[in-house]
Write a protein that binds this ligand. Structure first.
Ligand code: NAG
Ligand code: NAG
Ligand code: NAG
Ligand code: NAG
Ligand code: NAG
Ligand code: NAG
Ligand code: NAG
Length: 454
């Protein structure tokens, strides 16, 4: 009897453990199913050793003059970084590059291209951690025609990757195509001609469905797939949020209010979406952060956060970051980092992460946040838009709001035209990248690797 209950307890403990692990992984895998690692940056947990030796490094790619250089980077199961680079001054992407966590080039692979056609667009790079594959799309054109390709990359963790592409005329992009992976339903989600959402089989690349009546999922749409249900969400250029199930059945199409970017965060466990926007019907255009329930009956506002800091001059807000495990929503509206309860909208903490005088003197803007759920550190990424141009990372304790450290990541003489969100690799390191300069001059892409706060 005693033995039996011991076994039972052991099994129960095992089940609880497995469940906890699955939940953790789902949260931290969810960024691979959003648009690359675009904005809601969570930690990636590598399944192979990263071999990061702890040294900070910086690499500069000087070749492009386009200040729109594509950078839909992804990270692999060993923490490597995958990105598109070009050798031509005016092109967008010639090859994919793999950098190790120590900043060494592991490989360089030319994109499969049709003869005598120019690359006009690529998607972000989607990293499928479960199957150790990468996916991307590319569009090629000459004077009269175009063709697009959907591709997968095998063995990205070795020195000899291989790619396999299928031509399609369904996708046509001018610059950047959004691509997301639904790990639950084994689908690649992207926008097809007429800006309609569509799903492709990850194995055959056959288009399974598209919804031509649902336009507005333009290249800026940020697709997210719910890791539990396989449902797909996006906000298009018309501020409308769409939700579809993995068979392409429309669940709702609802207006998310005016004036905002398309970034949103999804708490799939609570079925809540959070987004920052500005109420353009109000003459002050106030910044608002709203949470909506996103069950299949439509979008229903749950709570609104309104700025009570008299901070009306600053309507800049980072895309919200959700800690689904603990039900917390984080965002930054300088000078503050703010944590709210995701269920109620009640404030947990608020911290002044920069001083008001620095904010004015250096013209500071918060770009985004990156979150390590395990070490409980929220990294706030701030740039100064006045010379000397600076990038800073401010580490804040996610439970108390206490500032742990402020790091100067870069200081440059040329204007930072675009910075990309930091990517956290395990508990070890962070990739940070940015573009400086302006067309028609060169617009170098700088990438740096720094250790995480330990
Ligand atoms: C780009 O230019 C910088 C400064 O001139 C130089 O330090 C760096 O090595 C160059 N990078 C590459 C990849 O050529
Ligand atoms: C870490 O790796 C880089 C690139 O291989 C190398 O240049 C650097 O010296 C290494 N640092 C240490 C502390 O081993
Ligand atoms: C994708 O195609 C493969 C091979 O034909 C098939 O086994 C799989 O069920 C398809 N998946 C979906 C989601 O349709
Ligand atoms: C999609 O369609 C298949 C076949 O009709 C069905 O078995 C499955 O339950 C559907 N999935 C969803 C999410 O509705
Ligand atoms: C939201 O979408 C649902 C389902 O498509 C629709 O019935 C409802 O009228 C929409 N609500 C608004 C406010 O647009
Ligand atoms: C936007 O502001 C207007 C004017 O103050 C107000 O009537 C409206 O309810 C606000 N919209 C939302 C969704 O809060
Ligand atoms: C904002 O302004 C109001 C009215 O001037 C004042 O009562 C309130 O204390 C101010 N709030 C903060 C956080 O400064």
């Amino acid at each position: 009897m005693q033995r039996f209950s011991f076994v039972l307890i052991f099994v129960l403990v095992l089940i609880t453990e497995v469940k906890a692990t699955v939940n953790d992984n789902n949260d931290e895998l969810s960024w691979t199913t959003a648009m690359g690692n675009a904005r809601n940056t969570r930690r990636l947990i590598p399944s192979l050793a990263t071999e990061f030796n702890g040294s900070t490094w910086t690499t500069i790619f000087n070749s492009s003059s386009q200040d729109t250089t594509v950078f839909g980077a992804g990270a692999g199961i060993n923490g490597d970084l995958y990105l598109f680079v070009t050798d031509s001054r005016y092109g967008s992407a010639d090859y994919m590059l793999c950098l190790t966590t120590n900043g060494d080039i592991r490989w360089k692979m030319y994109l499969e291209s049709p003869p005598r056609m120019m690359n006009t667009a690529v998607s972000n790079i989607v990293s499928d951690q479960k199957n150790n594959l990468l996916y991307y799309t590319s569009t090629w054109a000459d004077t009269g025609s175009f063709v697009s390709k959907i591709c997968r990359v095998f063995y990205p963790q070795t020195h000899h990757p291989a790619q396999e592409c299928v031509n399609t005329y369904k996708i046509s992009s001018n610059f950047l195509a959004p691509l997301a992976l639904s790990t639950k339903a084994d689908l690649l989600i992207t926008s097809v001609i007429e800006n309609a959402p569509a799903a492709f089989n990850t194995t055959t690349f056959e288009m399974l469905w598209s919804d031509s009546e649902t336009m507005g999922s333009d290249p800026s749409a940020d697709y997210k797939a719910d890791p539990f249900t396989g449902d797909i969400y996006w906000i298009g250029g018309d501020d409308v949020m769409g939700k579809m199930d993995s068979n392409g059945t429309r669940l709702f199409i609802n207006d998310t209010n005016s004036g905002g970017n398309r970034d949103f965060a999804l708490d799939s466990r609570r079925q809540i979406v959070v987004r920052a926007w500005q109420n353009m019907s109000d003459h002050d255009w106030p910044l608002i952060v709203s949470a909506w329930n996103v069950e299949n009956t439509g979008l229903h506002e749950r709570w609104q956060w309104k700025d009570d800091n008299n901070n009306t001059m600053n309507t800049d807000c980072t895309p919200p970051m959700l800690d689904a495990q603990n039900g917390i929503t984080y965002f930054v509206n300088l000078p503050y980092a703010i944590a709210l309860d995701t269920n109620t909208g009640n404030r947990r903490w608020q911290t002044e992460v920069v001083t008001k005088s620095d904010m004015d003197n250096l013209d500071l803007a918060a770009e985004c946040t990156a979150f390590n759920e395990q070490s409980r550190v929220l990294y706030v990424f701030v740039k100064s838009t006045k010379a000397p141009f600076k990038l800073m990372l401010i580490a804040v304790h996610a439970d108390t709001g206490k500032i742990l450290r402020q790091m100067d990541v870069a200081r440059t003489d040329s204007k930072i035209v675009k910075s990309f969100c930091p990517m956290l690799i395990g508990n070890e390191m962070i990739y940070i990248s940015w573009l400086t300069g302006a067309y028609p001059d060169l617009v170098p892409l700088t990438i740096t690797g720094v250790p995480q706060l330990s």
